[in-house]
Structure formats: C-alpha cells, structure tokens
Design a protein around this ligand. Structure first.
Ligand SMILES: [Zn+2]
Length: 404
C-alpha cells in the first residue's frame, strides 16, 4: 500500500455539514471528511479529463483501491499528531480539559478508562479550605474533541481547536431581487488559513503514480479544489500546500508497530494463553450484520470473521460507543443519499483472545496488522472504518489519577 500525505489550507470559508439542518442554523463539521475530499478530486478529475478514460475514473473514485481518508486539523507543533479523542476518555465536568490546554486555569485533566474502572466522580484535590483537603467530586463526562500528542508521550496532550465563526444571510426574492421576508438563516463556517492533514491510500504503486502525475506533478498541477457547501457563493476554496509520499504506515509512525502496542497492552508478554487487545475507531464506521441491519458496536463474531479466527476464541470485555444518523447529498444524481447509521469515531472496544501460546498470538498480530491496513465496514474509500489496534492512549492517558 502506498500513502499520499496531504496538507490543505482553507482559502475561503468552509461549510462541511453532515446532516440536513432542522431550523435555520447550519453547523459545520470540524474536519474534512473523506467523502468531501473524494468528491472534490472527482469533480476536478472530470474538469481536467472528462470521462474519456472511464476505467481510470472508476478505479480512482469508485473502487476500494484508492481510499480517501478524513483530513483532521493540523497540529500546532511540528512532529505532533492529531487524533480524535476516544470515547473511553473522560474529563472532570467542573474543570474540564487537558492540563496543558490553559496553564492559567485550574483544569483537572483527562483520563482514559478502557483499561481501568471509571471512578464515580472526579477525585482531584480541589481547594484547601481552612487547611482541609477538599476533593472535587464533580461527575466525569466524555470530551469529544481532537487531541494533539507527540509519539510515545501522552503526558502533554492538548485539545486542538478549529477556528470557526457564524455569518447571517437572507434569501433573495427571485422576482423583486431584494431580501425575502421572513427568511433569515445562519451559517457556521471554518475560518480562512486553518490547515488540515490526512492521507489518500493506494493499493498499487501504479495507481499512486498516475494520481500524483495527474494532480500534482504535471506541468500544470492543481492550484486549488472546492470542498463543502455554498461553493458557488465564494466559499469552499482550499489549496493543497503539501502532497508527499508517506514511507511508513500512518498508525505505525504515530503510535508504534502493532506488535509493540499489543505487547504494551499485555505487560510485554506474548507467550500466554490469553491476551487482550483493543480496537479504536479513527474515523466513523458503517457496519452491518448478514441481514444488512446496521450495528452500533463491533461484536465478537465480526472480529473473528475479519481476523479469520475460529469462533468463540474472542470475547468482548468492554465497549464505549456512540452512533448517529448520517445523511448526505449525491451531487451527481441531484438526490439525497440514503440515511445510514454510523458508529462515531473514537468508539473503543476491548477484547480478549484465547489462543494457545505465542505462535497463535503472533498469527493474531499479523491478522490485526492487516485489519488496520484495510479498515472495517462499508464506504472505506470515503474514509469510513479506519481502525487502530491497541491505541497506547488507553494505557497512558491518566491525568485525573495523577492529581490525587
Ligand atoms: Zn474535578
């Protein structure tokens, strides 16, 4: 597999809506979905080449051979990575956030509870009243956001904010060319100069080369693409500021190899008859059972099927999951897309594998590596179903415990 790393910079306000708004406020997502990225490149392809080479178009945009990943906000510091925070991570409701978010404020921190019991309330020492230690005791809650970390270091994590603002518009009357009475609406958009990074994955070298040549290395490389809503009204222009070939797998680079991560989850031992591993969604996933009913979790039987392991060897121990309804618009057909249920990014699952020693555990590691490379579920070429095995953040994000 070949990976193309992309950095894009917002040049005109960006609106990335993921559902039809009820009411008159349209909110934007704070990342660029693979679906939007694929659509933008497909539109650009058609304007450059038309449909003269239909097979190539199909291979680029309608097969699983090219996968357009989500683009997440760029990190503040070079060398850091930005990931969605797992749902298993909780923060104090009273003093929420990562400790490094704002050193001037009292913040109790964020901890991950996939591998440990969730306490009833925040146990941070809050204030000293008359020499007495007072514990915070505020409830814990999830903290949906992107966090920034340096590989191997989960003590200095920080929330990543995306700059956004609102603008108010009125609809224009077609006949009188003035504001239509009673129709006022508000759009939320991502600010200019925000940067996003992500990957496009190619199954073969030749596909990567022809894609790179067409869009980035030709005599007239593309200077911009249009993404999101209101593209004809001065919005949605982004420029590709960087496109380079990534040499190592993305998750191995940011989180270590699968073997290293599994070892860390099992006290460094692989020669036992039972080992633990986790699966964490890096992007939303669409998963169905045999009867095409949407699932809101990743059940044992599906993991066994994906890893090609005989049944009842894997047991699910814990799951932190959230889901939502996804709708969309098919620009080519001019029709709404069918609503789908997606499991939200950040959902985390913990399993045990009952093998028979090191050899079988090593086979499991190989199967998990393959799963991480190919992802899970439907619409993977639009960035759905990217999955991380044994994310170290579950082991090392422990800010709340450190304040005790
Ligand atoms: Zn607290």
């Amino acid at each position: 597999m070949v990976r193309l790393e992309l950095t894009i910079e917002v040049e005109e306000p960006l609106i990335l809506a993921n559902k039809h708004a009820a009411g008159n406020i349209v909110h934007t997502l704070d990342y660029i979905s693979g679906t939007a990225l694929r659509g933008a490149f497909a539109a650009r392809y058609l304007s450059l080449k038309g449909l003269s080479q239909k097979d190539e178009f199909t291979q680029f945009f309608c097969s699983n051979e090219v996968r357009f990943g989500n683009l997440y906000p760029e990190s503040e510091s070079e060398g850091d990575f930005v990931f969605p925070l797992p749902i298993s991570a909780k923060t104090c409701k009273g003093y929420k956030g990562f400790k490094k978010d704002d050193p001037s404020k009292e913040i109790h921190g964020v901890s991950d509870y996939l591998l440990q019991e969730i306490p009833e309330s925040c146990a941070a020492k809050s204030d000293l009243l008359g020499g007495r230690i007072v514990f915070c005791k505020a409830p814990l809650e999830t903290y949906p956001c992107f966090y920034e970390f340096r590989p191997g270091n989960y003590r200095d994590c920080k929330k990543v904010e995306v700059g956004k603002r609102f603008s108010v518009h009125s609809e224009i009357d077609d006949k009188y060319k003035r504001s239509k009475e009673g129709i006022l609406y508000t759009l939320e958009h991502i600010n200019e100069e925000e940067k996003f990074v992500g990957n496009i994955f190619f199954s073969q070298e030749s596909l990567y080369e022809s894609f790179d040549k067409l869009f980035f290395s030709s005599r007239t490389p593309i200077s911009f693409i249009k993404i999101g809503q209101a593209r004809s009204r001065g919005m949605g222009k982004v420029i590709v500021t960087n496109s380079t070939r990534g040499d190592s797998p993305f998750f191995a680079m940011s989180k270590g190899t699968v073997e290293e991560r599994i070892k860390a989850f099992n006290d460094g031992k692989l020669d036992t008859n039972e080992i633990q591993f986790s699966l964490t969604l890096f992007s939303d996933a669409i998963i169905c059972d045999k009867f095409l009913r949407y699932l809101t979790t990743i059940p044992e039987w599906l993991v066994e099927e994906e890893l090609n392991i005989s049944s009842s060897k894997i047991e699910k121990i814990k799951a932190f999951t959230a889901y939502r309804m996804l709708s969309g618009w098919n620009a080519a057909l001019g029709l709404p897309k069918e609503n789908e249920i997606v499991i939200n990014k950040g959902s985390s699952f913990l399993y045990t594998f009952k093998g028979s020693g090191e050899e079988e555990n090593r086979n499991l590691i190989r199967a998990l590596e393959e799963l991480e490379n190919r992802g899970i579920g439907f619409r993977r070429n639009e960035g759905f179903g990217e999955i991380i095995v044994c994310d170290p953040v579950h082991l090392y994000l422990r800010e709340l415990e450190e304040t005790r």
